[in-house]
Design a protein. Sequence first.
Length: 319
Amino acid sequence: MFCINLKDTSPFFCLAAEEFLLKNFEEDIFMLWQSHDTVVVGKHQNALAEINYPFVRRNNITVARRISGGGTVFHDKGNVNFAFIKSVRSTQEISFRKFTEPIVKALASIGITAESSGRNDLLVEGKKVSGNAEHIFKKRVLHHGTLLFNSDLKNLGEAIRAGEGKYISKAIRSNRSDVVNISDFTEADLDIRGFIRHLFEFQLNEGNNIHYSFGNKEKAVIEELAARKFSAWEWCFGYSPKYLFRNIFREAGKELQIEIQVEKGIIRDCKLEGGLFSDIIKNKIAGELTGRQHRFEEISNILELAVKNPSEEMVYAFF
């Protein structure tokens, strides 16, 4: 098994590295990586429906999409991500418990008892410390997950605090869980760097495993994949299943009722009702938004053209 401890903290590079290893290597892989503050949605989720968009944007939190299914997770420098990539002969070899067993053993070696839940989570004393997901490519399986060591749980809770009832679609929705940091159960002198070092060395010393690092050519391929796919708005947001968005914005005692239909990230239809604006302005905004990407900059620019000094809250009402 090749053991990789990635130092790059770009979530786009690291997610691209997982896909690169899955599709281009034959060897079994164990990889650890971290990223700056990032919300990562599952492949089949509506990104905007899973996040607290105003909070995420105001706090410069990256939004990324992975190639596996499942729910939304939050990464920061207090979290470490792990990935196992293995070749299998049949789907009968694919087991959540099998892939998480090395992590459970590594945690046990520092006195932490972790167990799997009914869903794809690892729990410590009944609370979630790790969310997991899988993706199959031919005869290869990617199993990856988070490990909350000393993450900012307040930021986590705010970033993935999705609004209820505004987005209507067939997209997979996340199941919210009570979470806890692993550091709450460890010795005080163990920091995130020591924790990562322990995880890596524990796996490296299992059998005849090899410490592997990417060469320059491999890095270049991964960087190209990150730029072309994983950092692209069309993947992070536009890949979301089609959806209907509804909201009501109130200002100065009047309402603006918003209804937009979005497919592949593009606004296909927009209807605006209520007494906040005249019919002429509402029709102008709706017409200009149709065919545009459902993103903050597009909404803001159109409102600027139709309305004098629209508030930021008005723009966010379209999300």
